[in-house]
Design a protein around this ligand. Structure first.
Ligand SMILES: NC(=O)c1ccc[n+]([C@@H]2O[C@H](COP(=O)([O-])OP(=O)(O)OC[C@H]3O[C@@H](n4cnc5c(N)ncnc54)[C@H](O)[C@@H]3O)[C@@H](O)[C@H]2O)c1
Length: 251
């Protein structure tokens, strides 16, 4: 790695289209790693440096970045600022995205208090809730507003992204209202699968699924001996009656 100089990155090249979803999912990770390098005054980084900072292997990183038409310079590496710009442009965070959060309970409060969205290109324009006891409450420099104002806010602030942090029950209704108001991307924290029309993107965040994936790896790490014993299965008419596996995933 080398320290930052006053050299500015050159003009952007055209980004290739048709980037695989898995690569797209890693772009924000690279962006975060590049931002950390840039904040430390690093001007260029090798693919190995960058891969270590992002927690992936360098071959995968090089392949991912090649979809952006970015190959680095042999013996020098990647220009941190320029690559950061390329990735930010590809993700779409060089522009400002207006976001509303609906459901300002525990999770909504936590998200509302998080200061990191602004620096990543997301502007929280409204915190909305249906509970009259919450409406008017101040969180930082914002005030919780009535969910009834949704349509006016979406129109006035050209909101394209809605975050749902309500309980599961009302989440579909909230989602439908967001979509009808003109929101075209939804991040859902409620433990329910939501239906959206074509053209609306939806992503679900479920911490319990992430924890279950970690539990799976923990189980593998501790070896076969740590695996729970499977009870002997009762025979039924010559067939085996498999015990059912319980329940869905809640948050
Ligand atoms: N995805 C995850 O990893 C994760 C983690 C924790 C919680 N959750 C989920 O996030 C959601 C919020 O959790 P919480 O602990 O903040 O709940 P909470 O009960 O503290 O807050 C929910 C808020 O939604 C509001 N609300 C309810 N119906 C509404 C409606 N129709 N319109 C507008 N606002 C409405 C309520 O007034 C309340 O303020 C839950 O669905 C929970 O299961 C998800």
């Amino acid at each position: 790695m080398t320290r930052a100089s006053s050299r500015r990155p050159g003009p952007p090249t055209r980004t290739e289209r048709g980037i695989p979803e898995a690569t797209v999912a890693r772009l924000p990770v690279y962006l975060r790693a590049l931002t950390a390098l840039s904040d430390s005054g690093i001007a260029t980084a090798s693919s190995e440096d960058l891969a270590t900072a992002a927690g992936v292997n360098s071959a995968k990183l090089r392949k991912d970045l090649s979809y952006l038409g970015s190959y680095g310079t042999r013996g020098v590496g990647y220009d941190v600022e320029y690559l950061r710009y390329q990735i930010a442009r590809e993700i779409g965070v060089t522009q400002d995205w207006a976001v509303v959060i609906v459901g300002i309970g525990n999770l909504g409060h936590a998200l509302a208090n998080y200061s990191g969205f602004g620096t990543r290109g997301f502007r929280i324009v409204a915190l909305l809730d249906a509970d009259p006891n919450l409406i008017g409450e101040r969180i930082g420099d914002m005030e919780v507003r009535d969910f009834a104002e949704l349509e006016d806010i979406v129109k006035a602030d050209r909101v394209s992204i809605g975050v749902i942090t309500t309980p599961a029950g009302p989440a579909q209704g909230v989602c439908d209202r967001l979509v009808a108001a003109g929101v075209t991307s939804i991040l859902n924290f409620a433990p329910v699968v939501l239906s959206v029309p074509t053209g609306v993107d939806i992503r679900k965040v479920d911490l319990s699924i992430e924890l279950q994936i970690l539990a799976y790896h923990e189980q593998r790490k501790s070896g076969e001996a740590a695996l729970p014993q499977v009870p002997e299965l009762p025979a039924m008419n010559g067939l085996t009656d498999l015990p059912s596996v319980g329940g869905g995933v809640g948050a």
